[in-house]
Design a protein around this ligand. Structure first.
Ligand code: IPE
Ligand code: MG
Length: 240
């Protein structure tokens, strides 16, 4: 059986730095160029009726980059929220953030803007846009496990009651469905700690296109490939 439109698409936007280097520009120019790609793809996601769209914009490992690039990314994220938040809200997008937002390394004003955008877009339900920011999949699972352990220690749950559902209910965004399709640009064929739990059965789509060159047409190419895939979730092929 093939599929229609995926309910949840995850995207690892990658290749911004290389895009800039190829043009003799500083790495951050690639991040700037990636904005149009993102907005174009989001436009497509809204029109196609995709319910959940998760973008990996800053990983827990990205702190190891130069302090200039890290501060640029922080400011850029804030600026994007201010510049594009309202527009996305008007288009019916609800924003969510997945990741550790309490991290003191995140500037106060960034956290403030994140909180505001979350509030403004809460009533929306056309598209759930999840920004994975200071996010790591293993850490997300560890935090869920820690919360289960605390509940068990306090007698609120018995160890034998711990199951996939009770763990999933303690992930960053409890109502988030499993990812159906995960896209990664720039020719890297890895998940890099993205949606480890939610991506258990995701179809993976890798493309050599660098993120700033990605666009709605490339996104639709990924969706077409997804429709051709046969998803069996561990079952055998249907003989009919
Ligand atoms: C992805 O592009 C953007 C972020 C991780 C913020 P990169 O910055 O990883 O670009 P490359 O991989 O160095 O080309
Ligand atoms: Mg990269």
């Amino acid at each position: 059986m093939t599929q229609g439109v995926p309910r949840h698409v995850g995207v690892i936007l990658d290749g911004n730095g290389r895009w800039a280097q190829q043009r003799g520009l500083p790495r951050v120019a690639g991040h700037v160029a990636g904005e149009d790609a993102l907005l174009d793809v989001l436009e497509g996601a809204l029109e196609l009726g995709i319910e959940w769209f998760t973008i990996f914009v800053f990983s827990t490992e990205n702190w190891h980059r130069s302090s200039d690039e890290v501060s640029f990314l922080m400011e850029f994220c804030e600026e994007l929220l201010v510049r594009r938040g309202r527009e996305l809200a008007e288009r019916g997008a609800r924003l969510h953030f997945a990741g550790d937002l309490e991290d003191p390394r995140i500037p106060h004003s960034v956290r403030l803007n994140i909180r505001e955008t979350l509030e403004v877009t809460t009533p929306n339900h056309r598209l759930n846009l999840v920004v994975a920011f200071n996010y790591g999949g293993r850490r997300e699972i560890v935090e869920a496990a820690r919360s289960l352990a605390a509940d068990a220690a306090a007698g609120r749950i018995r160890p034998e009651e711990v199951d996939e559902q009770s763990l999933a209910a303690r992930l960053h965004i409890p109502g988030m469905p499993d990812a159906d399709l995960i896209i990664r640009t720039s020719g890297e064929n890895r998940l890099s700690n993205f949606l480890l739990w939610q991506g258990a059965y995701a179809e993976l789509y890798f493309t050599d296109v660098l993120w700033p060159d990605f666009n709605r047409a490339e996104f639709e190419r990924a969706l077409a490939e997804y429709r051709r895939r046969e998803r069996r979730f561990g079952r055998i092929r249907d003989p009919s």
